[in-house]
Write a new protein. Structure first.
Length: 169
């Protein structure tokens, strides 16, 4: 689960080592894609080029409050068109957000980083992908052609791990 039943990431799901990994990965990205409720709220956030998914526009528009952001409705424009509109035609793209955002890019991932905090339980929470909890996130990633890499331990005391899922060639 990414959030609790109220669609909020509770403090018990926030870990310093995971936050540091996440922030460093976003710093290396040329573009960040996320839904309207996702914002990484970090010191570098205002400087990051981003595309915000929304259904409130027909296709593409400049964000009214953030000069670094583009609004994109996937039903009205392609991903490539959104990137071009945002002024980003090369580099690493980071996808953050919830299940609808993650699911949209499932066939495009070359790598998906799956964080897990096994001691945190969020009954009725917001899942990372559509199809969870009927299937595990690992089953969903594997069914879409991704293969687990070596699991990293981010916080041994709290049993927080991170696994790269790589596109099988």
């Amino acid at each position: 689960m990414l959030a609790n039943a109220d669609h909020v990431m509770p403090d018990e799901l926030k870990f310093e080592a995971d936050k540091a990994f996440f922030s460093a990965a976003l710093d290396r990205a040329a573009l960040i894609i996320h839904g309207r409720n996702s914002e990484e709220e970090q010191p570098n956030s205002p400087r990051r080029k981003r595309i915000v998914l929304t259904r409130t526009i027909a296709s593409l528009a400049a964000h009214p409050d953030n000069p670094q952001a583009t609004l994109w409705n996937p039903a009205g424009a392609s991903f490539e068109a959104a990137c071009e509109f945002a002024g980003v035609t090369s580099g690493r793209v980071a996808i953050i957000g919830g299940p609808s955002v993650f699911d949209l890019f499932m066939e495009r991932y070359d790598k998906f980083w799956l964080s897990q905090a096994d001691r945190v339980w969020l009954p009725g929470g917001e899942p990372c992908f559509g199809g969870v909890p009927e299937r595990s996130p690992q089953q969903i990633l594997a069914s879409r052609g991704l293969v687990a890499g070596e699991r990293l331990t981010l916080d041994a005391a709290k049993n927080v791990t991170l696994t790269p899922w790589l596109r099988a060639d």
